[in-house]
Design a protein around this ligand. Sequence first.
Ligand code: ARG
Length: 482
Amino acid sequence: MPSDQQSGKMWSGRFREPLDPQFETWQRSIVFDWRLLPYEIAASKAHASALCAAGILTKAETAQLCEALDAIGAEFASEAGTAQVRNHATAEDIHHFVELKLAERIGPLGLKLHTGRSRNEQIATDLRLYVRDCIGQIIQGIAGWASALVEQARAAGDAVMPSYTHLQRAEPVLVAHWLLAYVEMALRDASRFADCAQRLNFCPLGSGAVAGATLALDRSIATRELGFDAPTANSIDATSDRDFALEFAEAAATTGIHISRFTEEITLFATSEFGFVDLPESYSTGSSAMPQKKNPDLTELLRGKCGRLLGTSVTLSALLKGLPLAYNKDLQETQEPVFEAADTLEGMLQVLPGFTRALRFRDDRMQAAAQSGYLNAMAAATYLVHKGVPFRKAHEKVGNSVRYALEKGVELGELTLDELHQFGDEFGEDFYDAITLDATIDCHDVIGGTARERVREALDSAAERIAGLARPAVTEAIHAGA
Ligand code: ARG
């Protein structure tokens, strides 16, 4: 005879011995999969509809089941309710929990719901729905950050700064151009998430434990009810596939890398050595020891959180690598990294737009840095190119001029024509106009370049693309009722 505890299990029939109590506690996923409750309810209702169409449930039974499922969803939606779910004494996982609650509410009819389905397809479905909803929120968060960057870029106007290669000053660029570089990254991140949402949008329900449902279910019913595009094509794959979880975590990690690069630059630019940006006090902290300090805690924490995001994607790929088909209990371990990636990134995206808006750039310091140190040398060489000098030669002539100016302690524009003529006859009066700060900016007049007109166009294009960011359909079945 199975023990009392055992008889509450979803699989008690075959067993004579109870579970080792420590193993029993340790293997339960209810402690984290409680958050899938709304998805489990929605997927269960969709399954009930399919059972009804197949003649397994009457219309009245289906209605009663769905009502009870909704009532369970409502009963445990609050924070206190959630705590009850995760602390439930016997439920093994969220699927078991809902089954127990259904039986409590409507007796044997509750047990009928498990006809023709397996937890293997249920978890595959719930987790897809969860990830799809997270993606909607994350894309919105990314759009929020990108919009804040665009606002700053518009506010920056024609302000300039040095760009860097090898962390050495390279050429002057518009501050807006630099900010828009991060907008491009954010837009790519959003498209990676949208892509993931599109690829995951197939309904596993009807896949059974591995080989397909043992009832002739019309799979299009649950597919439609849950807002999926089509049923999954192969039951073995559908019950063992966690690519969507991996892709989600990888997209989160890539977004994290971009946020981390941004926050690293801000941290650097906020040092007194750079002095390019004033950290907003509302996002900084002081030192308990050194009274003068204003520390960039927010940027440092965001940079740190990126490590956590990378961790989740590594965890998932390590988990999946080498798993035989189809369902294995290892797959239960894919849930927590997904939750962690979602929580971490959502949290990051909540603070990032406000912080980005609050940044105050020191235009004077940036301009001073962009105006000295021969950052117009490329523009100078380009001037010679326009005079017919081959670029290699132009490079050399300007290089010689720079060396001479360096020795004299002046900028290129401060050399006289006579001095310049030592290095090339081609230098003329118009040279000085060709290497002003404005000219140096505007000579990069290509799509994607920092010329002022190009950046104005880029700003409009970025704003338009942010406004058009696709968001996956939310799980109507859940959010309509909520
Ligand atoms: N809690 C399980 C998971 O997250 C649900 C699926 C259980 N399936 C099974 N065959 N034991 O993976």
